[in-house]
Design a protein around this ligand. Structure first.
Ligand SMILES: Cc1ncc(COP(=O)(O)O)c(C=O)c1O
Length: 377
């Protein structure tokens, strides 16, 4: 292998002069907290999610919390969701004093199929949180089966902005959806989030929820929080929104390169994209099966090798939620969700952000092929 002294960072925020100018203008305006920039960001965002309403908040976690609260859960209600996700998919279930009920994932998409969730619904199930993991939207075809059982559906689209499945935009698959603008997301505001919904009542409830449960000023109708977005964040978000199509194109082009270059390498499985889907590639996550690699190396050994050769990588997620003390307390243990457990041991995210050069992509592929003992092409 040619030893290049290239370094390939796993993530890099895409920030230009336009973001800096937009923030400066807000600073000069004197209106820093939620104001006209936030309102404009909401208006411009709604079509991206394919919904009538968008409500800006200060994180994806807050958007998930606001949606579940708007669903009107009661203590002890059950919410079905996936164990293979970031904690903030499921912690809002606990915030509403409901009980998470996990369902194992599909081994190819890493998502929970909504139809599989419908089979897990009981008389106590009030909601489902489906996740468009890594940027691949869940199958909308399964959602009516959940709705038909009286289950309210929240789509965690924190990783899937700009993606589509069967003509539906990420953010429009459930009754409400959440987006995150955390610093490493496809578009970002440092910290920030958005709730999208076609339901006016959910939008109104979320607007109260982010502002201390207020109706009129200083009239407290229900429990709420300070989940407001600042106009500083919204100004960044509006500029980033204009970059979204280009960012999506670049990420998909990088993914196509990896797909091509890694096809047929023993022990590696590249992401599966079902027909009719446009993947947002927040992550490009491959599986590494040590029983199949030419040199018997497993995920952790491959990751160490990549690191030694300057290639960043990430593990999303090293342990499924049901095996963490916070969620194991609901009676879960090892072996409950074998697919999620195996995928957690084998998964590895490669650099996919738009700022990667062709040299960096080629270096990543070369190092990865070398790591698993594949012949150099
Ligand atoms: C799937 C998923 N859900 C929820 C969140 C929470 O978003 P935030 O970090 O903006 O609170 C994130 C992002 O971190 C996420 O990836």
């Amino acid at each position: 292998m040619t030893r290049l002294s290239l370094s390939v960072p796993l993530v890099a925020p895409f920030v230009g002069d336009d973001e800096i100018d937009a923030v400066t203008a807000v600073l000069r305006s004197g209106q820093l907290a939620q104001g006209p920039e936030t309102a404009a960001f909401e208006r411009e965002f709604a079509p991206v999610a394919g919904t009538a309403h968008a409500v800006a908040v200060n994180s994806g976690t807050a958007a998930n919390h606001a949606a579940l609260a708007a669903f009107g859960l009661s203590a002890g209600d059950e919410v079905v969701t996936t164990p293979f996700t970031f904690a903030a998919t499921a912690t809002p279930i606990l915030m509403e004093r409901a009980v998470p009920r996990f369902v194992d994932i599909d081994p190819r998409t890493f998502n929970v199929d909504p139809a599989a969730m419908a089979a897990a619904v009981t008389a106590r199930t009030k909601a489902a949180v489906v996740v468009d993991l890594f940027g691949l939207p869940v199958d909308p075809a399964g959602v009516p089966a959940l709705r038909g059982r009286g289950v309210r559906v929240l789509e965690d689209a924190c990783q899937s902005i700009g993606a589509e499945r069967d003509g539906k935009r990420a953010g429009s698959i459930g009754e409400a959806a959440s987006f995150s603008f955390y610093a490493t997301k496809n578009i970002m505001t440092g910290e920030g989030g958005m709730l999208s919904t076609g339901d006016e009542a959910i939008a109104a409830a979320a607007k109260r929820f982010r502002q201390h449960g207020m109706g009129a000023q200083y009239e407290y109708l229900s429990l709420g929080y300070n989940y407001r977005m600042t106009d500083l964040a919204a100004a960044i978000g509006r500029v980033q929104l204009r970059r979204l199509d280009g960012i999506g194109r670049d990420r998909r082009a990088h993914a196509a390169f990896y797909d091509r270059e890694l096809a047929g390498v023993a022990g590696l499985t590249t992401p599966f994209v079902p027909a009719g889907s446009t993947h947002a590639y927040h992550q490009y996550s491959i599986l590494i099966d040590a029983e199949q690699t030419a040199n018997g190396k497993d995920r952790d050994a491959v990751r160490a090798f990549l690191g030694e050769h300057g290639v960043g990588s990430g593990i999303y997620y090293p342990t499924p939620l049901h095996l963490h003390p916070l969620f194991a307390a609901f009676g879960y243990g090892p072996g409950d969700f074998p697919v999620a457990e195996r995928v957690s041991r084998q998964i590895l995210a490669l650099p996919i952000h738009p700022l990667l050069s062709r040299d960096q992509l080629e270096h990543t592929v070369r190092v990865l092929r070398d790591a698993v003992g594949a012949s150099t092409r």
